[in-house]
Every structure is written in C-alpha cells, then in structure tokens.
Design a protein around this ligand. Structure first.
Ligand SMILES: [Cu+2]
Length: 368
C-alpha cells in the first residue's frame, strides 16, 4: 500500500513538473514574439581613410592604410565593426578628406566602401566601375536634364575632397564585411576592410531569431599581410619607387583582428575568456586572400550561419574551412575547463618570424 501511494505521489509530481515545462515553453514563445516588436532606428556611421604602422610581436613594423571612425586618429585594421539591428536604416558616409594614397608624386587613388553580401544597387555598391554619375555633394544624377543644367558629373572613386553616403535598409541578420573597391588587391591588402553585423531585431543574445542564445559574442576578422609588399607600396607612393606587383603577394603575417599571436591572446576582444557552461558566438570573417582551416583544441564549432544567412540545418565541425570573403557564424559551447588554442591547419600559415611554425591564432580560456 505504501509502495502504491509513493508511486502515485511521484506520478503527481512528474505531472506538475511537466505542466510547468509546457507553460514555461509557451511563455518563452510569447516573450520571443514580444521582443520581436522592435522599432527600427536610423543608424549613421562616418568613416575616414588614414594610414598607420602596425607593430608585430617580433617588433617588425608594417605600413598600412585603412578606415577609421576617428578623424583625428590613425587607420584601424580592421576598420570599426559596424553593428545594426535588422530593419534599421543605415547610412555609411565615407569622407575622403586626407587620402593616404596621395603624395607629391601621385594624385591619390580615391576610395569607396563595398558592403559585401548586402546586395545593394550599383548606386551604393561601391564599385567605381559601375557607380552612376553623381554631383560633388554625392547626389546621384538620375536624369539627363540634370547633366544638361551645367552640373559636372563625378564618376568612379570618392577622391580626396569628396564624400559619399552609402544608404540601405538592413534586411537580413547575419555577418557581412566591407572593403574598398578601388585597386582592390592593393587597397584591401593594405588594410581597407572591416566587419558589418546585423543582429536580429530586438534580440542581441542570438545570431538569428531562433538559434540558441549565447553569453558573449566575438567578431574575428582574419587577414594576412606581406610585410615586404607593404613597404614597396609605401615607397611607391611616397618615394616614387617601383610599384608593388601584387601577383607576387607572399604573406608573412597571419592576423586575427589585425594582430598576430601572442598579441591576440592579450586582448579580451581577440581571445575567448569565459566560464565553463557558457556559449559564445564567433563571427568569422575572412578578409584575406588565403583559405583558412581553423581548429579549436578540444572543442567543436556548431555552424549556424554563413555569408549573412541562417543555415536551415546547423552542423557540428571541429575543423572549419573559410575561403576568402566568406563569413561563418559558429557557436562554441565551453564544456570543459582549460586553456585551448585556436589553430590554422594549413602548413604555410605561420608567421615567418616566429621561432616555430605553431600556426596559432589566439587562445581560448575556460574558467570555473
Ligand atoms: Cu581604397
């Protein structure tokens, strides 16, 4: 009799718990819908072009030019990560007030911003070959009558003294990137790139509205640099030396967010430092021109999105291949305490100056 009573009590408790789980599920669905009611904002960004000298861990100095949001600062490599929410109206203004490609020998190349993956019209696509004519204020000339009215149309790159605003609505959550589209091989290699992130409307703890939540997110922009090529390019612009032949590009520094290991490990934005049980989102952007094959020691990537779109079927991988210009959104569940390293498994990818070809990009530290 006692056994039967206990059995009935257990059944009753199980029933209550299961009802509560169902209620909890229902309420979480309701709150997700509530959160989704987000009032889109207008987001304005301004980027300038400047130069800089990056210091590598071995002391080598590499000349770069790239974007910055600080008119009084140096180039940031990568450029600032621009973050908006789904549905936002976005204006990105490029002000070319001090072109680092202009010198006593050259008039300057000019620059643009190509928003890779956002599929904008040719007006805002940043390709100087296809951009329609515009006025000195950056207004697009749409009718022949405007040209007849004496306005001198401007085409191609945004030259020194000019500015242009790229305008669009952020339609799809995901990870994108931007880069200059003038003399692409040279300008991108010299540092003109950055990440562009669209978060799902009203939900900054998920990469997409219905993918698992994360505790912290990281944006890891991968690139490489040919330090000799950068010096040749600098000497070409400023000393009228021979031009760099970029088909001879031979990178000797492999970077994550513009830094080589171990400098990445010393920065909390460029290395993963979290507690056991937490989940982190990593948005990988390959802004370089080499395929990368990444492996996080003792951990597995859950790939949930790529190239600005959610995957219908997420998949698990312990080795992730990322081609040039590709982006991958991955979740890493940190289920064991320890110090792990994020490696590249391609043999040639090692910083030439390091004593051993360890191919490490950054560290992952999981604490209690
Ligand atoms: Cu440029």
């Amino acid at each position: 009799m006692l056994g039967l009573t206990l059995f009935l009590v257990v059944l009753f408790i199980a029933g209550v718990i299961s009802t509560q789980f169902q209620r909890s599920d229902t309420s979480s669905q309701t709150s997700a819908a509530t959160i989704y009611k987000y009032n889109p904002q207008v987001r304005n960004f301004t980027l300038y072009v400047r130069d800089n000298v990056l210091k590598m861990p071995d002391g080598k100095q590499v000349y770069v030019f790239g974007y910055t949001n600080d008119p009084h600062g140096h180039a940031q490599v990568p450029g600032p990560t621009l973050v908006v929410n789904e549905g936002d109206t976005v204006n990105v203004t490029l002000i070319n007030d001090k072109d680092p490609t202009k010198s006593r020998y050259f008039g300057g190349d000019g620059h643009t911003i190509h928003l890779h993956g956002l599929d904008l019209s040719s007006v805002y696509d940043g390709d100087p070959m296809t951009a329609p004519p515009r006025t000195a204020n950056g207004d697009i000339i749409t009718t022949p009558a405007a040209e007849d009215s004496g306005i001198q149309p401007i085409q191609g790159a945004v030259q020194e003294g000019q500015h242009f605003t790229y305008h669009f609505v952020a339609n799809y959550p995901g990870t994108y990137w931007y880069h200059c589209h003038v003399d692409v091989q040279e300008h991108v290699q010299m540092g003109m790139y950055g990440a562009f992130v669209i978060q799902p409307a009203g939900n900054s703890s998920r990469a997409y509205i219905d993918t698992p939540t994360f505790d912290k997110q990281y944006t890891f922009v991968l690139s490489e640099m040919d330090s000799v090529g950068h010096q040749i390019d600098h000497d070409n612009i400023y000393n009228n030396g021979p031009a760099m032949n970029w088909t001879h590009y031979k990178p000797d520094y492999f970077l994550l967010n513009g830094k080589a290991y171990p400098d990445t490990a010393a920065d909390s934005d460029d290395s993963i430092n979290n507690r056991r049980g937490q989940t982190v989102l990593v948005r990988f952007v390959n802004a370089g021109s080499r395929v990368r094959v990444l492996h996080p020691d003792n951990l597995r990537f859950l790939v949930i999105g790529t190239d600005g779109r959610k995957l219908d079927q997420p998949y698990t991988e312990d080795t992730l291949q990322i081609g040039p210009a590709e982006r991958y959104d991955v979740l890493l569940h940190l289920d064991q305490i320890g110090h792990f390293l994020l490696h590249d498994h391609i043999e040639k990818i090692s910083t030439s100056s390091s004593p051993l070809p360890d191919k490490v990009l950054t560290s992952i530290n999981v604490n209690n």
